[in-house]
Design a protein around this ligand. Structure first.
Ligand SMILES: NC(=O)c1ccc[n+]([C@@H]2O[C@H](COP(=O)([O-])OP(=O)(O)OC[C@H]3O[C@@H](n4cnc5c(N)ncnc54)[C@H](OP(=O)(O)O)[C@@H]3O)[C@@H](O)[C@H]2O)c1
Length: 292
């Protein structure tokens, strides 16, 4: 591809902010970072104009409706942002022969496996957010375009709000914390995912006209209980983490019991080395400590 002109949507979020941080490492690429205030991805005309104006040939879609519980009540809005707007991006990249990198979720699965989910496993969204994200994937498949759909899980970052920051905050306030031990998955440091996305873009593969799905998380497996223990151990807090069942913490949207992702495909095709989740957590905690 000629010089890359990249539009990053939803760039004030966790993943978008991590991409912004590493953008300077890619001198050959021109980045345009936008969020809903400058460029609402549900606005087709605005997108067409932006892409034309800036000669965009690559979109990294970090914009999404990510309020998992609220999505059960705001179905229309979740679908508009996660599916209809994704269709806008796919259509525009199809019409201009560009490339689309889109991020999806482990919640497209039911979450009752006992082996890591691969890209060809049966999809059956666990909740409405997962359904809306699956519809987004399906919209991309309607177009013969060069698109990579990356399903990820348990995203956290030093930017934005997430489980790591919540545990750090609550552990300062309380002596004991109850955290569920019967939901198993893999935490993913958004900085690692951002790096993986840039590796995909930097590797000049022959442009495909069929979208591909990939799974990406950090390496390893944990329950939210294990994740919380590792967070507290990496902090100055003496708070004790207590394991509880999910039934003690009912949520509006269902959550998967098991949603570990099998990353064999992305590792093989892009020669990626993926960090172990505990190592990446240490990197993020160090960054949060330095920022304080
Ligand atoms: N977070 C997770 O645990 C997780 C897990 C699996 C997959 N994912 C997927 O990973 C991707 C990145 O997630 P993230 O955690 O970085 O999300 P995030 O922090 O919630 O960021 C999403 C960004 O998109 C913006 N946005 C919302 N509607 C928009 C619109 N119509 N036009 C343009 N921007 C819009 C949001 O703005 P506002 O904040 O103003 O709404 C926000 O800045 C998403 O596709 C998400 O579905 C996330």
């Amino acid at each position: 591809m000629n010089s890359r002109k990249i539009l990053v949507t939803g760039s004030n979020g966790q993943l978008g902010s991590e991409l912004r941080k590493i953008a300077n490492d890619y001198d050959d690429f021109t980045f345009h970072f936008t969020d809903v205030a400058e460029l609402d991805i549900t606005n087709y005309e605005a997108l067409v104009n932006f892409v034309k104006d800036k000669k965009i040939n690559t979109i990294i879609n970090c914009a999404a409706y990510t309020a998992v519980d609220k999505a059960e009540d705001e179905k229309e809005l979740a679908l508009k942002i996660n599916a209809e707007a994704t269709a806008n991006l796919a259509k525009i990249m199809h019409d201009t022969k560009g490339q689309l990198i889109h991020v999806s979720t482990d919640y497209v699965f039911k979450g009752n496996n006992f082996l890591p989910y691969s890209e060809i496993d049966k999809i059956d969204p666990i909740n409405y957010y997962g359904f809306s994200k699956l519809k987004g994937e399906e919209e991309i498949f309607k177009f013969p375009i060069n698109a990579q759909i990356i399903r990820t899980s348990w995203l956290y970052s030093s930017f934005g709000n997430n489980f790591v920051k919540t545990i750090l905050r609550v552990a300062k306030e309380r002596d004991e914390l109850k955290v569920v031990f019967d939901q198993i998955g893999t935490p993913t440091y958004a900085a690692d995912l951002a790096q993986a996305i840039m590796t995909i873009l930097a590797k000049e593969k022959a442009a495909s006209s069929v979208p591909s799905v990939y799974h990406y998380s950090n390496e390893g497996v944990a329950s939210w209980f294990d994740f919380a223990i590792a967070i507290v151990e990496g902090s100055s807090s003496k708070s004790k983490i207590l394991p509880v069942r999910s039934s003690e913490f009912p949520t509006i949207a269902n959550r998967p019991n098991y949603s570990v992702l099998d990353k064999t495909k992305i590792k093989k095709e892009y020669n990626l080395e993926i960090p172990y989740w505990k190592d990446s957590l240490q990197v993020c905690l160090k960054k949060l400590n330095n920022d304080e």
